[in-house]
Design a protein around this ligand. Structure first.
Ligand SMILES: [Zn+2]
Length: 334
């Protein structure tokens, strides 16, 4: 295997490879672009015209997706997976990964699309770097007159347990519809629940969707656990789907079953305005838990947040966010 197949080990130990560019037996080029950023480029004769960013570890303690990317890269570096797609492997928050923490100073996934300019600390610097690596990746290829397909999957696990083990978030971009092709790919990867966002966000996937015109998703893949303790999360179907995309292939459109995919949209955001914010949910309430109409979900400075929407569910409840940030999302079936 090429030594760049040890990308995760190199990244976690803070080492730089001596040889930053390596070719495997199929003449696929692996290029160490920087700490936690590795580009994989197939020989031009095999290039299917797709540019795929695969990122994980934007939150440092979300290890299952990091291990998934590591498995894919090892297969490439040892010639077990043919490559027909340009791929950028990204490990987001390395310092937090080394400490097994979600983040150190600031949540990296709230700092994209320029938000890092107003923030300080290692995550702000990293968001700036990652934006530049992504821009360089998508621009660093000749289109030869053909439009290239831009994809980005940002892989996460959730803080809480979830009634729905795996789900995707589709960033809001004005005038953009969610293509059936994308739903088919997600379904092939055993991701059958998709939440369409309704406003601009400062997440990594929203940055590549909005600023780089990529078809981007944040994927939530079960609950966060330490390295080596992810056997409870089955990511085999997702790994197979990503391997198909990397190989230059695609999922079978005919296999898509719309009735097996549930779409949600955002009804309202719960924003924490002050330290007197109270979220009336137990810490073990799972994502996608249904809330009855009339339920008092939160209170803040005398303001009451009452559920009015039928069929509403809560995701990402977190009363410990900083003031001014989202402390939960109320969603409804789309
Ligand atoms: Zn995350």
């Amino acid at each position: 295997m090429l030594s760049l197949g040890k990308f995760l080990e190199l990244s976690l130990t803070g080492r730089e490879p001596c040889e930053k560019i390596q070719l495997n037996a199929e003449s696929t080029r692996l290029h160490w672009r920087g700490e936690g950023v590795l580009e994989v480029v197939p020989p031009s004769a095999s290039d299917c015209g797709r540019d795929l960013i695969l990122s994980a570890g934007i939150h440092g303690n979300e290890t299952a997706p990091i291990e998934l990317l590591d498995r894919l890269l090892v297969r490439i570096a040892s010639n077990q997976l043919k490559v027909g797609t340009r791929v950028l492997f990204v490990l987001g928050n390395l310092e937090a990964m080394r400490k097994g923490e979600r983040y150190l100073a600031e949540d990296l996934n709230r700092l994209f699309s320029g938000k890092h300019e107003m923030a300080e600390g290692s995550e702000a610097l990293r968001a700036d770097e990652l934006e530049k690596y992504c821009i360089a990746f998508y621009q660093g290829v000749e289109s030869n007159g053909h439009a290239r397909e831009r994809l980005h999957f940002d892989l996460h696990t959730a803080i809480r347990g979830s009634r729905v083990e795996k789900f995707a978030l589709y960033p809001f971009v004005e005038g953009r519809e969610l293509p059936e092709r994308s739903l088919a790919r997600l379904q092939a990867g055993a991701v059958n629940t998709v939440l369409k966002q309704n406003r601009h966000a400062s997440t990594f996937s929203a940055f590549t969707a909005t600023h780089l015109d990529a078809e981007s998703f944040t994927l939530e893949l079960g609950k966060a656990r330490p390295f080596g303790h992810n056997e409870g999360v089955n990511l085999e179907a997702l790994e197979a789907m990503l391997a198909t995309l990397i190989s230059g292939g695609d999922v079978d459109d005919n296999a898509y079953q719309p009735e097996h995919t549930q779409l949600y949209q955002v009804a309202r955001e719960v924003i924490k305005h002050s330290e007197s914010f109270r979220l009336h949910l137990a810490d073990d309430v799972e994502n996608f838990t249904e809330l009855e109409t009339g339920y008092l979900l939160a209170e803040d400075c005398g303001e009451r947040f009452v559920v009015e929407e039928a069929g509403a569910r809560i995701i990402f409840p977190n009363p410990r966010v900083k003031n001014g940030l989202r402390a939960g999302l109320l969603i409804v079936p789309a």
